[in-house]
Design a protein around this ligand. Structure first.
Ligand SMILES: [Zn+2]
Length: 176
């Protein structure tokens, strides 16, 4: 599989980049963990650009009741893989995106400090598309080639009891 090329600023070349303002510096410049999530907005719907709007603080609270609850959140992920496999980057891998929240991995708290967050457009109640697994594997392989990644984990594994994504329909066996 052909790997992506990263530039020196931590962006993948020739991939759509939509800058999210929701990031800051990594405290130790460490990139050692990949965290897999799922997201859909409105929940369970895969049309439109509401995820992009959320990550860029442009979600309209009047277009859906759920949006009124979440539109003030300051969140982001480094990457989103949409249902058709399209990859979008929001935050440089060198910076800290705000995706994991309170979390712990192998005894270390604040996983945002040292992880790359990848959102799959999906939900806890639905299968993921083969195009998404294909893109995810390409992205993981590319990240591993560029950064000292030690593990790939799920949000639910680092925030148990608080988070359930990527959910029971995410097939870890398809991650190569
Ligand atoms: Zn998550």
């Amino acid at each position: 599989m052909e790997k992506y090329v990263f530039d020196h600023a931590g962006l993948i070349k020739n991939v759509k980049f939509i800058a999210s303002p929701n990031f800051d510096a990594r405290p130790k410049n460490e990139i050692s963990l990949i965290v897999i999530h799922n997201i859909s907005l409105p929940p369970g719907e895969y049309l439109g650009n509401s995820i992009i709007d959320l990550f860029t603080n442009k979600l309209d609270p009047y277009t859906h009741p759920y949006f009124a609850e979440i539109y003030t959140l300051k969140v982001s992920a480094h990457f989103l893989i949409r249902r058709d496999g399209q990859l979008i980057q929001f935050v440089s891998c060198l910076d800290r995106a705000w995706h994991a929240g309170k979390s712990i991995w192998q005894g270390r708290e604040r996983c945002n400090d040292f992880s790359v967050g990848i959102e799959l457009e999906g939900s806890d109640f639905d299968y993921f598309e083969s195009a998404q697994y294909h893109e995810l594997n390409r992205l993981i392989a590319s990240l591993k080639e560029n950064y000292p990644i030690q593990a790939v984990t799920g949000h639910s594994d680092i925030a148990p009891g608080r988070k359930t994504d990527p959910g029971p329909f995410f097939d870890w066996k398809k991650i190569i």
